[in-house]
Design a protein around this ligand. Structure first.
Ligand SMILES: NC(=O)c1ccc[n+]([C@@H]2O[C@H](COP(=O)([O-])OP(=O)(O)OC[C@H]3O[C@@H](n4cnc5c(N)ncnc54)[C@H](O)[C@@H]3O)[C@@H](O)[C@H]2O)c1
Length: 252
């Protein structure tokens, strides 16, 4: 899929990996709509890349419908949808404060898994109506952001790991379902990435996480995630699978 002149939506594009992706893809000639709950931060990025910023809460059907419609009216219906919106969570099922409130678990699943699916289903509805460009064999691409915690979740990550595992599990059935429409679905499972989300982790946990990366022994840069997104968009054979981006890190 060509990036030049393509209309792209990026959820969670106001920060971290989503913001890095917005910058790289707009440099490559894309028209980028940033959908995020942090409107002011989204506006700052959008104004630097001639993109647009739209308020969107991925957990709400109506909010996503309206945001995708607004993005389409600005730049045309999106052929490329990148889901970066997400939250991190860490808590044992039972700790000194007591049992984990069910609402906490539900909220993580709601944002990370249901939110991603919510955006996918509405983006796909519009994508399916698009024609296939003459110089292309495909109609669209969806890229979701999971995590290596889906494979090797640590203590305290039941909610986060379950939410990311769900995202990985839906990749193949969604790719199969959308294949007749020439739409691809891919997921990226990043390791530990230097973003504001990572800042929320304690210094001790940070050190332990960096130690777990064999090579290169450092956090991933958000730009390295953006580079992989670009490759997935451009390489039509990539479909229905999850790519780890982790410097061989396997969490203990
Ligand atoms: N940073 C890491 O180490 C790491 C590792 C693996 C996976 N991930 C995943 O990558 C994705 C991007 O993470 P990041 O590190 O760039 O985080 P980040 O906190 O920098 O960015 C996440 C963005 O999502 C937005 N968001 C949160 N809830 C939302 C909602 N309901 N609706 C719309 N937007 C919402 C936030 O406002 C924020 O702009 C997340 O899904 C995260 O789980 C991060």
């Amino acid at each position: 899929m060509h990036i030049q002149n393509s209309s792209i939506i990026i959820t969670g594009g106001a920060s971290g990996m989503g913001a890095a992706t917005a910058r790289l893809l707009s440099k490559t000639g894309a028209k980028v709509a940033i959908l995020d709950t942090q409107l002011e931060a989204a506006q700052k990025i959008a104004s630097a890349i001639q993109g647009c910023a739209i308020y969107c809460d991925v957990t709400q059907a109506e909010s996503v419908e309206q945001a995708i419609e607004k993005a389409a009216s600005q730049f045309g219906p999106a052929r490329i949808c990148i889901n970066c919106a997400g939250i991190v969570h860490s808590r044992r099922m039972v700790n000194k404060q007591g049992v984990m409130p069910l609402e906490e678990f539900r909220h993580v699943i709601e944002v990370n898994l249901i939110g991603t699916f919510n955006v996918m289903r509405i983006a796909v509805q519009a994508m399916q109506q698009l024609s296939i460009p003459d110089d292309s064999e495909e109609r669209g691409v969806i890229i979701n952001t999971a995590s290596i915690a889906a494979f090797e979740g640590q203590i305290g990550q039941t909610a986060y790991s379950a939410s990311k595992g769900g995202m990985i599990s839906l990749t193949l059935p969604a790719a199969r379902e959308l294949a007749p429409f020439n739409i691809r679905v891919m997921a990226i499972a990043p390791g530990i990435v230097d973003t504001p989300m990572f800042e929320k982790i304690s210094l001790e946990a940070k050190k332990a996480l960096i130690d777990a990366v064999p090579f290169p022994k450092r956090l991933a840069h958000p730009d390295e995630y953006a580079m992989l997104v670009k490759q997935i968009i451009e390489n039509t054979m990539l479909n229905g699978t999850t790519i780890r981006l982790d410097g061989a890190c396997r969490l203990g």
